[in-house]
Write a protein of this length. Structure first.
Length: 156
């Protein structure tokens, strides 16, 4: 019984064309183009970022960043354990390298990780302050424009 070989059936992988079924489906070229675009965006983002703490550079994961602020002496990046200066010159440069669905530019001087917001505090004129999850519970103001976006995001 073991020596018996069953005849194989030939299975066609081609399906008959169904114009109604494929009318709404995106073309293969469009799907491939979207995949290539997503991979290119992913490669342009940084997983790790170098920050200068004292005389040395530390590599931190992007998801560890709580916020980044622009001050007189440069761009300060804050994590749970460290606070240091970044080698990026502007917040725009840094924001391009980070995931836009996680990092929001809430003010012209501040970029925050929305997953690291501890509390949203109402402020005057229907604006808000973001209290962050760092050791100092830093309060970051939200600009008027971004206040609208925050309300939409949180459905306030």
């Amino acid at each position: 019984m073991r020596d018996r070989i069953w005849p194989r059936r030939r299975i066609s992988s081609e399906r008959p064309a169904d114009p109604e079924r494929n009318a709404d489906a995106p073309s293969l070229d469009a799907q491939l183009e979207k995949i290539v675009q997503l991979v290119a965006e992913r490669q342009s983002r940084r997983e790790r970022l170098a920050i200068k703490v004292g005389e040395r550079f530390l590599l931190v994961h992007a998801e560890e960043i709580i916020y980044a602020s622009l001050a007189d002496d440069g761009l300060t990046v804050v994590t749970n354990q460290q606070s240091g200066t970044s080698n990026y010159r502007t917040l725009d440069e840094l924001q391009e390298r980070l995931d836009p669905s996680v990092f929001w530019r809430v003010h012209r001087s501040h970029l925050v990780n929305i997953n690291k917001i501890k509390e949203i505090v109402p402020w005057f004129s229907r604006n808000y302050l973001l209290r962050m999850k760092d050791a100092k519970s830093t309060e970051i103001p939200v600009s008027r424009t971004q206040t609208r976006r925050l309300r939409e995001y949180l459905k306030l």
